[in-house]
Design a protein around this ligand. Structure first.
Ligand code: MRU
Length: 373
């Protein structure tokens, strides 16, 4: 997508240097656009864990490139077994950074399985890079396809309103910054805007890290899409007053039975949408399905992050200087649950790269028959 008119992805191999992966360091947005070099797996693990990069799709793509950097680090091993053992350890280090987004595990395993049976180290390294690139390209193209399928839902509402404005509420950032390009929840919105539909997005601020206020608002602004930031508690009121036509969110892990883990607060929006008879859609590429677990509420691990993210807030002061402010009594403890699970019964449908389906086992497996057991 575009930043000041120039096309960017969120991750890429540095031009002219095969040893460096570059990312947009999202901690500095929206106030400054900073590109960071990753040249070790320690830096890559820190970039995921400390949220220089975040969002399920991008976490997966970064893990893919992290495994490539891992292959470079394993190149000193003299046997294939030694190489594999080192790479496996690096994979475990990357996997331990964030527990909820299933794309992380998926990408690490995908690269490892591709290289483990190859003989020479140079073949393993080239293949790891090739697979990391494929993961990133696939992420971008799947998100584009999510946009093409999802736009029909917006078109339907627009038609019903006689071409009037369609108001979409979203939570957190499931935009292009959370993926390699396009985004999941935002892809149908970008496609609708490109087709000339009048769309407007209510952007939940998304405490405590403020992914909505900082990132979704910034990227929608960069693409020229009408939007309004609202505090997290406003959604219910907007829905009651007929100011929301649909909700579209992303997800960090969705069970094949349709339970959806997403940024903390998503469940409350789903309850509110349900009470107001509004459609609640979840957009995801297939890399975000967990094909192993059935019960999202009981089985999806929910990340708990440091209390500093709740107690401190970051931004620009009146003089334009970036800094942090303590919001709370210094000694009060805070809890920072990063995700919650919305049960499938509250999800109207899933928007995937293969099409739109019900949030239930039968519908999901009809779309992905190769996953039937
Ligand atoms: O903690 P984050 O920023 O990595 O979490 C991201 C989210 O939860 C988003 O809501 C998104 O929908 C899932 S990532 C596509």
């Amino acid at each position: 997508m575009k930043v000041d008119g120039k096309h960017y992805r969120t991750i890429w191999l540095k031009e002219g240097d095969r040893n460096v992966v570059q990312i947009i360091d999202q901690r500095h947005l929206p106030h400054s656009f900073v590109i960071e070099d990753l040249d070790t797996t320690d830096k890559t693990a820190a970039a995921i864990g400390d949220m220089h990069v975040r969002g399920a799709g991008l976490i997966g793509a970064t893990a893919g490139y992290g495994m490539y950097l891992g292959a470079l680090e394993a190149a000193g091993e003299s046997t294939s077994e030694g190489f594999n053992a080192t790479l496996l350890k690096i994979g475990e280090k990357l996997k331990s950074t964030r527990p909820t987004a299933v794309n992380l595990r998926w990408a690490v395993d995908r690269v490892y399985n591709k290289v483990k049976d190859l003989k020479s180290n140079s073949e393993k390294i080239d293949t790891a890079l090739d697979e990391a690139r494929k993961i990133a390209d696939e992420d971008a193209s799947y998100c584009r396809m999510i946009g093409e399928h999802g736009v029909s839902l917006i078109e339907e509402i627009s038609k019903r309103k006689g071409g009037g404005r369609v108001n979409i509420l979203t939570h957190c950032n499931a935009g292009w910054l959370a993926f390699v390009d396009y985004g999941s929840a935002t892809a149908p919105v970008y496609e609708a805007a490109a087709r000339g539909l009048d769309v407007h997005v209510w952007v939940d601020e998304t405490r405590p890290w403020n992914q909505g206020a900082r990132l979704t608002a910034w990227e929608l602004g960069q693409q020229g899409v009408a939007h309004t930031i609202v505090a997290d508690n406003v959604g219910g009121h907007l829905m009651q007053q007929g100011m929301v036509d649909m909700v579209i969110v992303g997800t960090d892990r969705t069970t094949y039975t349709g339970d959806v883990a997403n940024k903390i607060g998503t469940y409350l929006k789903a309850l509110s949408a349900n009470d107001n008879n509004l459609p609640f859609y979840v957009a995801l590429p297939s890399s975000t399905f967990d094909w192993e677990i059935r019960d999202g509420v009981k089985e999806i691990p929910i990340e708990q992050r440091g209390d500093n993210e709740v107690k401190w807030i970051e931004g620009l002061d009146e003089k334009g200087k970036q800094g942090r402010l303590l919001l709370t009594p210094e000694s009060s403890p805070a809890a920072n649950y990063a995700f919650d699970v919305t049960p499938s019964r509250l999800v109207t449908a899933l928007i995937t790269e293969r099409g739109i389906c019900g949030a239930d086992e039968k519908s999901v497996l009809e779309l992905y028959p190769e996953k039937k057991r």
